[in-house]
Design a protein around this ligand. Structure first.
Ligand SMILES: Cc1cc2nc3c(=O)[nH]c(=O)nc-3n(C[C@H](O)[C@H](O)[C@H](O)COP(=O)(O)O)c2cc1C
Length: 435
């Protein structure tokens, strides 16, 4: 391993839903009709484990959106942010197909009551023998809130105040059984020692919870906490709780300054900045020649531009702003969002068409070319940024794409000593914190 290895993870964009359904390499009609079965995701997880990825994040949101044009029609027509199955149900399947990969379902702190969430993740950590994480999002649109009895979503910053309490309760519950509380003394009929199991008696502004949890401490004790939050309040939340932060940036200087900001926040909160792994989104396109890779990138961008409704619908659901109201080629005004504030702030002053084009190449950095070229680029970027790795993503990925990344790009990264060739530890947390 070189002096500066970095981590790899995969962001399963649009969650446990159909993938590549209108892509030329998207598989047979029969396999596409079975998108709600785990098959494709199992192939992805096995490929990732071959390539020694640290983890897979399964995105989620919990409504059929209707922000764009005030209707759900475009979302359903495009399979944009819908349909989706519950990501937690996929975890045991992926765990059975792998031995080391970390698996991170998204579970919204605005939707799950904290006890239910703590119990679910603790159960999954037991079942995966220490390989689960929690993507601790707060959700972003009113449609989601309306499925949980509220007219509107909680105001942006207050969502994070509530989420602080959720995280507080969840982590206390995870520790409510001491590690040696299970005695299993058959002779004296003692299964567990009551003096080692503790109510948490939490009283907050939004929640109260007695505890303890219904089950013993799980293999990781504290499953890996994952967060993304670009706004000032989001960043504070992430740097307080997260073990790994998933970040977007459009340039190397922006990546560097974001990581430095997160690390500074972490230090201010008394944490070791090295205990937070900041992973940046990247969407490589790999092929045997630079020309063929570039041609594929052009085709992807042309496809996105030819289907602008998809991008506008996605932008609308992320921000709660209906982007059908703006002319395509006029700069957007300053935008106020109760959803993804950092994204909305970046789009002001650009035209909707420019934003959709940039989103087609979502990292802003163009990881397109042969495995050698892209690996070299990733190396240079990480050397400049200082760490900690990449979160690979490709919205409409196919099995071909999985093989190109896991069996094409990653071997070159490994040859350069940039990513690991094996897993040294038993649990996801230990592997993530190794460097
Ligand atoms: C890579 C990445 C993945 C995300 N995944 C989800 C997700 O699965 N579900 C969700 O509700 N929000 C998701 N988010 C949104 C974040 O949790 C957060 O709401 C968003 O970044 C806006 O935060 P901000 O308002 O603090 O900027 C994701 C964000 C990023 C950058």
């Amino acid at each position: 391993m070189s002096a500066s290895p970095f981590h790899l993870a995969w962001f399963l964009s649009r969650g446990f839903g159909p993938k590549g359904w209108h892509h030329e390499w998207g598989g047979t009609d029969a396999s596409q009709a079975r998108w709600m079965m785990p098959d494709l995701f199992l192939d992805l997880a096995r490929g990732m484990e071959r390539a020694c990825f640290d983890y897979l994040i399964i995105e989620d949101s919990c409504n059929v959106p209707y922000t764009y044009q005030g209707s759900h029609d475009a979302y359903l027509r495009q399979a944009a942010a819908t349909p989706k199955l519950d990501p937690a149900t996929l975890v045991p399947y992926l765990a059975m197909a792998t031995k080391h990969l970390g698996i991170v379902p998204t579970l919204s702190a605005s939707e799950y009551p904290p006890y239910l969430l703590a119990r679910l993740v603790n159960s999954l950590d037991h079942l995966t023998e220490g390989r689960v994480g929690w993507n601790m999002v707060t959700g972003s649109n009113d449609g989601g809130a309306q499925n949980y009895g509220r007219d509107r979503h909680v105001p942006h910053d207050e969502r994070y105040d509530r989420a602080d309490e959720v995280a507080e309760i969840v982590t206390q519950l995870w520790e409510s059984w001491e590690p040696d509380a299970i005695v299993l003394d058959r002779d004296n009929t003692v299964f567990a020692d009551g003096s080692k199991v503790h109510p948490i008696n939490y009283q907050g502004r939004y929640f109260s919870c007695r505890g303890p949890l219904t089950a013993p401490r799980s293999p990781q004790g504290r499953p890996v906490l994952c967060q993304a939050g670009g706004s000032p309040r989001g960043l504070r939340f992430a740097s307080r709780w997260a073990d790994t932060i998933i970040a977007t940036a459009e340039s190397v200087p922006e990546m560097k300054s974001q990581r430095e900001l997160i690390r500074r926040h972490a230090s201010e909160q008394g944490r070791d900045p090295d205990s937070i792994k900041v992973l940046f989104l990247a969407d490589p396109i790999i092929d045997r020649s630079a020309d063929s890779a570039r041609e594929r990138r052009r085709a992807e961008i042309a496809m996105a531009e030819g289907n602008i409704e998809f991008a506008l619908a996605m932008m609308s659901t992320l921000t709660g702003i209906d982007f059908s109201q703006f002319p395509l080629d006029e700069p957007l005004p300053a935008l106020t969002s109760n959803g993804h504030q950092s994204a909305a702030a970046k789009w002001a002053g650009r035209t909707p068409r420019e934003v959709t084009r940039q989103r087609a190449n979502r990292s802003g950095l163009d990881y397109t070319g042969t495995p050698d070229h892209v690996a070299g680029m990733m190396q240079e970027v990480m050397e400049e940024v200082g760490g900690d790795g990449f979160l690979l993503t490709f919205g409409d990925f196919t099995r071909r794409y999985v093989a190109e990344i896991c069996d094409g790009l990653v071997p070159e990264l490994q040859r350069r000593g940039l990513t690991k060739k094996g897993y040294s530890h038993r649990t996801f947390r230990e592997n993530l914190m190794e460097f």
